[in-house]
Design a protein around this ligand. Structure first.
Ligand SMILES: Nc1ncnc2c1ncn2[C@@H]1O[C@H](COP(=O)(O)OP(=O)(O)OP(=O)(O)O)[C@@H](O)[C@H]1O
Length: 576
């Protein structure tokens, strides 16, 4: 969780650049996107044409009324009805196409960013990146707002330009002075709005962040419900939720205050429009130079043009929210985009002929670079040998595994290990995926990838592995067998989850298994059972991190980490 309190005011040019970076790829890469966009443009043009035609139809209608000519009035009413019949489907289609394109665009962008997010452990690296908070919100709310507002605003802008050109002609032909008044009025309105509302962008960004933080605290409460209930931590949790809620409400209040001030102005600005054009042209009407229909037409044209010129006044609130979201999305995109690893070179996994793992002169820093965890560690583990890593709490044991996995890359040195497909990491906290028991066992490979050709009798192998870790009962409870779907993370004890993780290793048969306190929740008997099962896997090398002396029985050598205060900061010894 980061707190992003930085200044949100970004120059317009920079905003346009960010916008282009986010928007253009969809129209360049997605199939049919250009066509959909072209169709929308066509409908925008038609819709603008419909408005102009209606301005004339309306003018004739009112002129016939004021002339008290009943036959003409009926004729103009009929014209109006025909116009309505043609314009209605066109306007509806235009709106539908706009929403459809927004949805397609959103789906494409979300898929694209979610793909990047789930590739190359980006979801993990993002957690280490202080610039990016609440990625879930960015992938959902921010993209939705970005695509919808971009289209709405882009189309409004386009319609405004078209309207401006067509209605300016009408207005100028009626009364040039009206034309000058409108420009002066719109310029005054826009400048005043910009001045009154300039703090809204930053305030909206704060609200987005605080609401996401509130949601995050509720999700954490749900995920850790049992631990919190055992601790009796509800008062502390309630305070946290309340504080975050207050933060979000306070942010909204600030937005409301600015909006109120802005609306004092914009509301008066819009009310005045109702009579302003009539006031300007009324002398012509009283002099008998123009008819009533011309007044209503000029009033309509005036309103249209003013709407066009006042786009910023009318949409300021939306634009400011959009602009806040724009920055959040680009920061997320930057962090999720595949990047070159930081120098010095990170550990480089590659296959080895006789060695399962080689570490050469490895020095590692924490991800923020603030602390050196260990320096110049070198060692080799031969195929089929097993290494135990020990050291005081915080000495950097798990961090060494992170470096071997390539998750932490700040530092120097070379790590050589089998390819990822031949290496399995069992983290300190076991992970249960969503889905069936079968999916738990084959994790992390998707079910479809387990073809019958790879191992004979798929279900037999799964049940055998369950038996080896003493979990056969999971498949025999109920009638669903291996297809049973339960909330495994919630229902299985920690020890059972650890046994399930070992079953995954037995099934997958990697060349290298890295076990981070993978049996810490088990009794000694079960621990021995699991390590013996691992020891019987042909060609397997494992490396364990753990504190228990009993682990010495299952390893040939030991790496001790002492911390950087001591030189050398490590020792490798054979276990006698
Ligand atoms: N994301 C992080 N950013 C900065 N420092 C971190 C981060 N994660 C862990 N550390 C720090 O790195 C140090 C080493 O952590 P590590 O998890 O490797 O310790 P360990 O030896 O495995 O400890 P234990 O036996 O308690 O599990 C710790 O001091 C920890 O606070």
């Amino acid at each position: 969780m980061a707190s992003d309190e930085d200044d949100q005011r970004v120059p317009l040019k920079e905003q346009l650049r960010l916008f282009r970076r986010l928007a253009v790829p969809y129209f360049e890469q997605a199939e049919g996107a250009k066509l959909q966009f072209a169709l929308l443009l066509l409908l925008v043009l038609i819709d603008a044409g419909v408005s102009v035609v209606f301005s004339y139809v309306g003018r004739d209608f009112y002129s016939a009324l004021s002339a008290k000519d009943q036959a003409l009035f009926i004729e103009k009413t009929a014209n109006f009805a025909v116009g309505l019949a043609v314009a209605t489907p066109l306007t509806v289609l235009f709106r539908f196409q706009r929403s459809r394109l927004a949805l397609n665009w959103r789906a494409w962008m979300t898929t694209e960013l979610a793909r990047q997010y789930c590739t190359d452990q980006t979801f993990y690296q993002i957690e280490l990146d202080p610039r990016v908070d609440n990625p879930d919100q960015r992938l959902t709310e921010d993209i939705k707002a970005f695509t919808a507002v971009s289209l709405d605003f882009g189309i409004d802008l386009m319609t405004s330009v078209i309207d401006l050109v067509s209605f300016s002609g009408i207005l100028y032909s009626i009364y040039p002075e009206l034309f000058y008044v409108i420009f002066a009025y719109a310029t005054f309105g826009t400048l005043t709005t910009l001045q009154l509302g300039k703090t809204l962008v930053g305030q909206n960004a704060q609200v987005l962040l605080r609401e996401a933080n509130l949601r995050y605290s509720l999700v954490r409460l749900r995920e850790n419900a049992e631990s919190i209930a055992f601790y009796g931590g509800e008062a502390q949790e309630a305070r946290e939720v309340r504080d975050r809620l207050e933060g979000a409400v306070e942010g909204r209040r600030a937005v409301l205050g600015t909006q109120r001030n802005l609306e004092f102005f914009t509301t008066a600005y819009r009310y005045a429009i109702q009579i302003l054009p009539v006031l300007v042209v009324s002398p012509l009407y009283f002099a008998g130079t123009i008819e009533l229909g011309v007044i209503t037409q000029s009033s309509g044209a005036f309103n249209s043009i003013l709407d066009d010129l006042s786009l910023i006044v009318n949409e300021f609130e939306g634009i400011s929210r959009f602009s806040a979201g724009l920055r959040r999305l680009t920061a997320f995109g930057d962090s999720a985009a595949p990047s070159t690893p930081p120098v010095p070179a990170p550990p480089s996994p590659s296959p080895l002929p006789f060695r399962a793992l080689a570490i050469d002169d490895l020095s590692l820093l924490t991800p923020d670079g603030s602390r050196l965890l260990f320096a110049n560690v070198s060692l080799t583990v031969r195929c089929g040998e097993h290494l135990l890593v020990t050291g005081q709490s915080g000495a950097g044991k798990s961090s060494m595994l992170r470096a071997i996995a390539g998750l932490w890359t700040r530092g120097s040195g070379i790590v050589t290990r089998p390819l990822t497909a031949d290496t399995m990491f069992l983290p300190q906290r076991p992970y249960c995926a969503l889905g069936s028991l079968r999916q738990q066992l084959v994790y992390p490979r998707p079910l479809e990838e387990w073809s019958g050709a790879e191992w004979t009798g798929t279900d037999d192998a799964l049940l055998r592995a369950l038996g080896e870790v003493q979990l056969t009962r999971l498949a025999s409870e109920g009638t669903a067998g291996l297809d049973a779907v339960r909330d495994w993370a919630d229902e299985l004890s920690l020890g059972e989850q650890q046994r399930l993780s070992i079953a995954r290793v037995l099934l997958r048969k990697p060349r290298l298994a890295i076990l981070d306190e993978a049996t810490s929740a088990l009794d000694l008997e079960n621990e021995a059972l699991l390590y013996n099962a691992l020891g019987q896997l042909e060609g397997l090398t494992y490396l364990s991190v753990g504190h228990r002396p009993s682990l010495l029985n299952f390893h040939a050598s030991r790496l001790r980490l002492y911390g950087v205060e001591r030189t050398p900061c490590y020792a490798v010894e054979t276990i006698g």
